[in-house]
Ligand binder design. Structure first.
Ligand code: TYD
Ligand code: MG
Length: 448
């Protein structure tokens, strides 16, 4: 009676077709199209095909779809107490993860965490496992189980020691076979189960798709979750851990969240003892020399938004007289003079952040002017605003939030577009001076 839908999904890129092909029409890999059968049940069915056992039902979804009838909006039971209850994640690290998850871990939910090899997924999961296991005030103690298909129990134990984790309610198990894992954890009835990682575990005899994608997830060379592209549809939350090899800070970014906003962003620092929450994300984007009194010319600070969070960033400009490599032809003007005026400009946004917002326009222009004039920008001034073609300043979205960030970090002056000055003045901003300017010329007269 159950309807089975069959599709063919590329193991490499997740591209889906209704029929089988010898190669993937999207990424052109040969022999990667694998049969993937979905039964017509609810999410519960599909999830149980992957990791959840019967006692891991979704508390927030009807468990027997056949017995439930459509309900008028007015009659929906809004007693959501049991739905809103989240597994608490205590401590600064827990707070940061909880915020990204939309307020905590929802019981019965399935969270997929992806990211480049070595970025810190296992570290994150072990820390999370420990704080869930250590949580306070939830009556009955249920353990947390951390299953690894990549490392032995001893290796995980050693890592836990290095990270200062010593909770007894955390159980470790090393296995790659789902039936085995489920069998072993059944009588422990864990509060949470962590599988590290989903691409290492397999299910014997998956109905309808032996060797198919229902049990294989893996990460492509570009670090994206591939096989689990299919998984991304099934799970409730998809988080990515991001970070540069050269830097110790890590971002935790939700790309899907059934229980919260995907605008959030968690910021962590990788330390000797695991990930530490960064309480003031702006600080990590500041280069050291800017904090010193002897400021270099060519630096200007602005604020970019990433989701609901604001980041202080520093723009670096370097103007050098045009070299032979950048010879320009000028008519009607002495070419040496033209060279000098159209000096080559190098721009750099520090800390590898990409400046995609126009809010940084003014800081870019000021950094260039500062370098050109060889006159440093005072280190207590920040800049916000978009620049029009006539040099006029325009306001930018969520300017009060950006100004607030600058004020919190102790800046004493913020240059904003004149049009935004009045509205901003009413906020106070811890005594920081708000200076409205109509155009770039006014800004230069104010700063230099
Ligand atoms: P890991 O969590 O194993 O990455 P993933 O599971 O995403 O592949 O993290 C590996 C890196 O993190 C490794 O280079 C060592 C570093 N690390 C620390 O700096 N501090 C720590 O406390 C731990 C556990 C790892
Ligand atoms: Mg790992």
């Amino acid at each position: 009676k159950e309807k089975v839908r069959t599709s063919y999904v590329c193991e490499n890129c997740g591209h889906t077709e209704g029929q089988w092909w010898g190669y993937c029409r999207s990424c052109k890999f040969a022999g990667t199209m694998k049969k993937f059968s979905e039964t017509g049940g609810g999410y519960g069915d599909k999830v149980s095909g992957i990791v959840a056992s019967e006692n891991m039902v979704k508390s927030w979804l009807p468990q027997q779809a056949a017995e439930v009838n459509p309900v008028s909006l007015a009659e929906v039971n809004r007693d959501v107490n049991h739905l809103e209850w989240r597994i608490p994640l205590p401590g600064p690290f827990g707070d940061e993860v909880a915020r990204v998850l939309g307020g905590g871990l929802v019981p019965g939910s399935l969270v997929l965490v992806g990211g480049d090899p070595g970025v810190g997924k296992s570290t994150l999961m072990l820390q999370l496992a420990a704080i869930i296991a250590e949580r306070q005030g939830h009556g009955k103690q249920a353990p947390v189980i951390y299953v690894s298909g990549e490392e032995s129990v001893q290796q995980i134990g050693n890592r836990a020691d290095r990270m200062g984790i010593g909770t007894e309610d955390l159980y470790l198990y090393s296995s790659t076979e789902i039936e085995d894992i489920m069998g072993k954890i059944q009588n422990l009835s864990p509060l949470a189960l962590i599988i590290d990682s989903i691409q290492t575990v397999y299910l014997n005899g998956v109905v309808g798709s032996p060797g198919g994608l229902t049990q294989i997830g893996h990460v492509t060379k570009s670090g994206e979750i591939a096989g689990p592209r299919v998984l991304e549809h099934i799970v409730d939350v998809v988080l990515y851990v991001e970070g540069e090899k050269s830097s110790s800070h890590r971002l935790l970014r939700p790309v899907k969240n059934r229980f919260g906003s995907t605008d959030e962003l968690g910021v962590f620092e990788m330390s000797q003892s695991g990930l530490q929450a960064v309480s003031n994300p702006s600080e990590i984007f500041l280069s050291e020399q800017h904090l010193e009194s002897d400021v270099l010319a060519g630096l200007a600070v602005t604020v970019v938004m990433d989701g609901s969070r604001s980041f202080l960033i520093e723009i670096q400009a370097l103007c050098v007289a045009g070299s032979s490599a950048s010879k320009r032809h000028a008519t009607g003007i002495q070419s040496s003079r033209a060279e000098m005026i159209i000096a080559s400009i190098f721009l750099n946004v520090l800390r590898g952040v990409e400046l995609t917002e126009t809010a940084g326009d003014l800081a870019v222009a000021v950094a260039i002017c500062s370098s050109f004039l060889e006159c440093p920008v005072p280190n207590y001034v920040a800049f916000l605003g978009e620049i029009g073609l006539g040099g006029e300043l325009r306001t930018v979205p969520r300017i009060e939030k950006r100004v607030n960030t600058v004020a919190k970090l102790g800046y004493q002056m913020c240059i904003v577009p004149k049009s935004a000055e009045k509205a901003l003045a009413s906020f106070g901003f811890e005594g920081m001076k708000i200076v409205g300017c109509k155009n770039l010329k006014e800004v230069i007269n104010t700063v230099f």
